[in-house]
Design a protein around this ligand. Sequence first.
Ligand SMILES: *[C@@H]1O[C@H](CO)[C@@H](O)[C@H](O)[C@H]1NC(C)=O
Ligand SMILES: *[C@@H]1O[C@H](CO)[C@@H](O)[C@H](O)[C@H]1NC(C)=O
Length: 440
Amino acid sequence: MKILGIVIFVVVAVSAAAGTGDNQKWWKWMSSSSGASSSSVVNPIVSSSVVLPLYGNVYPLGYYYVQLNIGQPSRPFFLDPDTGSDLTWLQCDAPCVRCTTAPHPYYKPNNDLVPCKDPLCASLHPRDYKCESPEQCDYQVDYADGGSSLGVLLNDLFTFNMTSGARIIPRLALGCGYDQLPGQAYHPLDGVLGLGKGKASIVSQLHSKGLVRNVVGHCLSGRGGGFLFFGDEVYDSSRIVWTPMAHDRMKHYSAGSGELIFGGKGTGYKNLFVVFDSGSSFSYLNSHTYQGFISLLKKELNGKPLRETKDDYTLPLCWKGRRPFKTINDVKKYFKHFALSFSNGWKPKAQFEIPPESYLIISSKGSVCLGVLNGTEAGLQNVNLIGDISMQDKMVIYDNEKQAIGWSPANCDRPPKSNYMIIKTSNANQVAIGKVTSIL
Ligand SMILES: *[C@@H]1O[C@H](CO)[C@@H](O)[C@H](O)[C@H]1NC(C)=O
Ligand SMILES: *[C@@H]1O[C@H](CO)[C@@H](O)[C@H](O)[C@H]1NC(C)=O
């Protein structure tokens, strides 16, 4: 069960974790390597977005990923887009102390270190953090599923195609991770793409360079794939359900206090702290709410031709039918929609609908399994997570400027509907639109 997204704990005191000796060695290796120069080509383009295709699925793969081109010359890397954390890092040949299997050769670092006094470095550390050595910024990220990365921040060039047709090559900070522990789930990627609220997040960095609005969104297809975007040009805001972002100490994307709605009716499970996390494959409810939710489901299944099975370990709760199921369509009729409803003082209430295809999977054994899990058991304490499974076939938007989270049903199999982009770019050249389609 991958829960990459939510970083429960971020302490970046590497000196304590790895020992000063390791840092020293790493730094010496860096100094002796012939680092490439790092000038950056930045065209300040206002009002344009970046759209990137996504690959992967909730089941059987268990994650989505995006390809980014990083370095000079640029090389492709597969990263897990994670709205639950800020730092982007790559498995890095620094040399690597402990790295995991990756689809590409490890990233070769340059010499362009982010100094410790950089505000971006400070944003990854507790307030009272003291620099071990002023010329470098060490980091450590720990994820909820036990995975972690430890390394040093440096700057390198990222290549992006804008929806305007322009190419940008900004110099952005990323982590060179030379000591990784895998989480519980097998997750063979080159790194993580941090999309959280913090300064270090890629979208915040692009925004601070004047390249895009500080907005990130995704559209995960239930058939696999989809797209990820930075900026606000790929949707029509008036067709999105918006709710204000709640503020929490951990700076997660939360819609605040929600209520569980089941089959269109209130359940009395209220004041749920709900976080949207693209780094988590499944959804999680706290123990109390989870208990209530599964009793409601089980009650609904009374008299239906489904029975709980103990010989399918795909997920903790699975049901079998008379014959193996092939698709969700075979079982949809037995399960109700549920929803999370957010009030937050805005009217009308914003309801996040979760139909059966966004909380169930059909396992390889042909059973139907529940993709909503016990968060307390997973170590999430009282946090409720909306993971990839429940965000499928919706556009989900995190607008850090309006401080709002929005969603709308969408067809994520196609690139963002060009209509809106054509309207917005009609006074730019039409060739640009052709290019947009070609990157997807
Ligand atoms: C940008 O677009 C060009 C031309 O369409 C394409 O060859 C290239 O792979 C794209 N680059 C990225 C980073 O997507
Ligand atoms: C959820 O997990 C907690 C902690 O492991 C456990 O005490 C509780 O019984 C579980 N709840 C359900 C409904 O399984």
